[in-house]
Design a protein around this ligand. Structure first.
Ligand SMILES: C=C1C[C@]23C[C@@]1(O)CC[C@H]2[C@@]12CCC[C@@](C)(C(=O)O1)[C@H]2[C@@H]3C(=O)O
Ligand code: AKG
Ligand code: FE2
Length: 371
């Protein structure tokens, strides 16, 4: 039987035997949630106040969208898209489904907990086990049908919520395929070069996860962390954020740059698997979510990847005598297991050649620990 994404963590269980608090009842920041610079691998002191550098916005209906996408992937690893074709009503529906989920009583949410060796369900971010402090957020991951968990959450209304998820995933898959071809096309790659994309390049067998993130208002936002800095273990991620800012990306030479919420726009991140496929030409982007004192923030990430058991390696068109392949072949399932074990060293752990400079590889943010 081919590997399934839902089995990715079977041999890498994460034991986070922590109970989620009722965030609304906390009027002071408990010590377990108070971060100092030593608790993160990438210090907050890199924050860039008032930087005039801003994340590119690409109108997908523009004829030069492909060129703009290539440039954004190379120089930022993140961009926002407008005219993407996702109906506003669907974005509103998924936002209210997320709000409804996270406002359920804690005991109800815990009935749909993610098991230690599982992928789907309610819980702390999977990467929490790499940090001494807790993150000021809760998450719900969906891989495959959410029906069993949704029956626990909403015994009466679960079908309505399942339909919203199904429709959202269908639309996101279409958009992810389109974005993949803008990214690959800008590298001179065509459907013949990526067999697993299918003859029409429709990425039929692709796998994906949907991650709903909730960041409650926080009494001491400057000492808390919503979601610690990480790169996504995906080809690409499409993120919808509500009207509250919090997403930041790390920009070389500038620091943390906020990705401002734009009504109707979606954020696209380059993930570690595009980094590998492009042989480091399109580096995955380090990003994090910060929290604020007054507003609840919600984000919904569509984490798009290849079929779970397909080997991903640098595309042959992009390698040659002067560009040796920098990464060994790896499946998505195996990479997720590697991330579960090595976190921010996952990408360098699959690297074949040593970086040219023995100190640091600009395309491999994780090879040197920033302290
Ligand atoms: C497919 C996946 C990527 C992800 C782990 C997951 O199994 C589902 C959740 C994803 C997420 C979302 C929040 C940040 C992140 C690092 C995490 O802890 O869970 C990512 C994981 C990832 O991209 O490695
Ligand atoms: O909430 C956000 O803005 C970021 C979420 C994220 O990085 C993720 O789900 O992988
Ligand atoms: Fe992410």
């Amino acid at each position: 039987m081919p590997a399934r994404l839902s089995d990715a963590f079977k041999s890498h269980p994460v034991n986070l035997q922590l109970k989620h608090p009722d965030f609304n009842s906390l009027h002071e920041l408990p010590d377990s949630y108070a971060w100092t610079n030593n608790d993160d691998y990438y210090p907050s002191s890199l924050s860039s106040f008032g930087a005039d550098d801003s994340v590119p916005v690409i109108d997908l209906s523009e004829p030069n969208a492909i060129k703009l996408t290539g440039h954004a992937c190379k120089t930022w690893g993140v961009f926002q898209v407008t005219n993407h074709g996702i109906p506003q009503k669907l974005l509103d529906d998924i936002e209210s489904a997320g709000k409804s989920l996270f406002s359920l009583p804690v005991e109800q949410k815990l009935k749909a907990s993610r098991p230690p060796d599982g992928i789907s369900g309610y819980g702390f971010a999977r990467i929490s086990s790499f940090f001494r402090k807790l993150m000021w957020s809760e998450g719900f991951t969906i891989v495959g049908s959410p029906v069993d968990h949704f029956r626990q959450l909403w015994p009466q209304d679960y079908e309505k919520f399942c339909n919203i998820i199904e429709e959202y995933e269908k639309e996101m898959k279409r958009l992810a395929g389109r974005l993949m071809w803008l990214m690959l096309g800008s590298l001179g790659i065509s459907t013949e070069d990526v067999k697993w994309a299918g003859s029409k390049g429709e990425f039929k067998g692709a796998s994906a996860a949907l991650q709903l993130n909730s960041y409650p208002a926080c009494p001491e936002p400057d000492r808390a962390m919503g979601l610690a800095a990480h790169t996504d273990s995906t080809l690409l991620t499409i993120l919808y954020q509500n009207n509250t800012s919090g997403l930041q990306v790390l920009r070389d030479g500038t620091g943390w740059v906020t990705v401002p919420p734009m009504p109707g726009a979606l954020v696209v991140n380059v993930g570690d698997l595009i980094h590998i496929l492009s042989n480091g030409v399109y580096p995955s982007v380090l990003h994090r979510a910060v929290v604020n004192r007054t507003q609840h923030r919600l984000s919904i990430a569509y984490l798009f990847g290849p079929p779970a058991s397909i080997q991903i390696s640098p595309l042959s068109k992009l390698v040659g005598p002067s560009h040796p392949p920098l990464y060994r072949p790896i499946t998505w399932n195996e990479y997720l297991g590697t991330k579960a074990k090595h976190f921010n060293k996952a990408l360098s752990s699959v690297r074949l050649c040593a970086p040219l400079s023995s100190l640091a590889d600009v395309n491999d943010h994780n090879s040197v620990k920033v302290v």
